[in-house]
Design a protein around this ligand. Structure first.
Ligand SMILES: Cc1cc2nc3c(=O)[nH]c(=O)nc-3n(C[C@H](O)[C@H](O)[C@H](O)COP(=O)(O)OP(=O)(O)OC[C@H]3O[C@@H](n4cnc5c(N)ncnc54)[C@H](O)[C@@H]3O)c2cc1C
Length: 383
């Protein structure tokens, strides 16, 4: 054994992994004839961050738990851990959760782990919920709150949510069906990377604001980005960076969550609520309202602002197992498809846009950008 505690052969293999250039990557077949669907999702954004508060409604104790913006999957478990102590204070042993998206499922399972009996009431389940149309990447900093509305107390709470969610997601690594995995992600550019200026957002009620940027608070959670020298990566661009990110294979993750919930004695009841008074139809006295963007109509809560995002789905390729970002388009290869998403020139893209109709021309344009990221550049003309 050596000082590192590895046999010599193990050390040689480790050195090989660390110091040799990355293996050639299988290119994405970025062709519109491989596109099998286009989906649109609305991020349930709130300027002050997710709503977590109790309100008595129709003789029930309702704990609101919605408005997780572009970070629902990434804040889910930790957000449930912030919300559920309020339920425990009521002394209830049986509760209802309204909603079966990322927030409803993780809230229900966290409540079961705290010893509660849980029934989920929801209009839709996977695959019809909006959470099924998310990209599936670790993005706890995406469209979480606005600078003018978010307090320091919220920033501290956000950090707690983020760290706790990160920890729970790790417990899904390596499971059959691969609900959660780490994958490499490449940022590609034809020009040097520059720090993007803060985006100014025109708010619906008037005035300008900017999204909070909490990235630095949790920079220890993700590996740092490495600048790749030309020749050490296969992309025909002048600038490339590589990092690793957590990927949620959303179909697998939903199946895992639904199975866990049912195995722990949970029950699903299909039910739609047209108005808050309809909560009286629920048998349980304590209800956690995880209706996401649906809360805007149900609670007439205009603090929930839609932030539209569209994904073009390409047929999966078993050997394509990474993500890229290039020219305002992101790509993430998942088990259930290769997801291509236009990001727009800045973070105002899709803000306050409630249109859930797919735009096929825009989907085809984003696939063409991906195709460009893999197309060899013509050699410079000889002098
Ligand atoms: C394009 C795009 C990409 C995204 N990518 C990511 C990502 O990579 N990582 C990440 O962390 N986040 C991502 N997000 C954000 C994430 O998708 C959301 O934050 C998350 O889906 C919100 O989950 P939810 O459970 O609150 O809402 P939903 O998934 O909308 O679930 C709401 C539930 O409530 C039910 N419901 C609603 N209204 C009623 C009613 N009136 N009566 C009965 N039931 C009702 C619904 O049927 C459903 O079951 C993305 C969002 C978009 C738009």
């Amino acid at each position: 054994m050596t000082t590192l505690g590895l046999a010599a052969s193990g050390q040689a293999a480790l050195a090989q992994t660390l110091f040799s250039p990355p293996p050639a990557l299988m290119p994405v077949a970025a062709r519109t004839d491989r596109m099998f669907r286009v989906t649109v999702c609305l991020r349930p954004f709130r300027a002050a961050g997710p709503r977590i508060e109790i309100e008595p409604i129709a003789g029930k104790t309702v704990l609101h738990h919605y408005g997780h913006g572009g970070s629902g999957w990434s804040l889910s478990w930790g957000s449930a851990m912030e919300a559920l102590p309020l339920v425990m204070q009521t002394g209830a042993r049986e509760i209802a959760v309204v909603g079966a998206g990322a927030i409803g499922m993780t809230t229900a399972i966290t409540a079961q782990r705290m010893g509660l009996k849980v029934t989920i009431y929801a209009k839709d389940r996977f695959p019809d919920v909006r959470s099924a149309r998310a990209t599936g990447t670790w993005s706890p900093y995406s469209r979480v709150a606005m600078e003018s509305a978010a307090t320091e107390a919220f920033a501290t709470r956000w950090e707690r949510m983020t760290r706790r969610t990160f920890t729970v997601h790790q417990s899904f690594l390596g499971l059959a069906g691969t609900p959660v995995e780490w994958v490499d992600q490449y940022a590609l550019s034809d020009t040097p990377f520059e720090k993007r200026p803060k985006t100014v957002i025109a708010m619906p009620g008037g005035g300008n604001d900017s999204f909070v940027d909490y990235k630095d608070r949790v920079s220890d959670l993700v590996p740092r980005q490495d600048d790749l020298t030309s020749g050490s990566h296969p992309f025909p661009v002048s600038f490339a960076r590589r990092t690793s990110t957590m990927r949620f294979n959303v179909a697998d993750l939903f199946h895992q969550l639904e199975s866990d919930f049912l195995l722990a004695g949970g029950r699903f009841v299909p039910m739609e609520f047209k108005a808050p008074a309809d909560f009286a139809r629920i048998r349980e006295k304590v209800i956690v309202n995880c209706t996401g963007y649906g809360a805007r109509a149900l609670m007439k809560d205009e603090s929930v602002i839609p932030v539209r995002g569209q994904i073009a789905w390409l047929l999966p390729q078993s050997q394509v197992d990474y993500g890229i970002q290039y020219d305002h388009v992101s790509l993430l290869a998942r088990r259930d498809g290769i997801l291509v998403q236009a990001l727009g020139a800045d973070e105002s893209f899709g803000f306050n846009d409630p249109n859930e109709e797919p735009d096929h021309a825009a989907a085809r344009a984003s696939i063409e950008v991906v195709a460009r990221a893999f197309r060899p550049r013509p050699a410079a003309a000889a002098l």
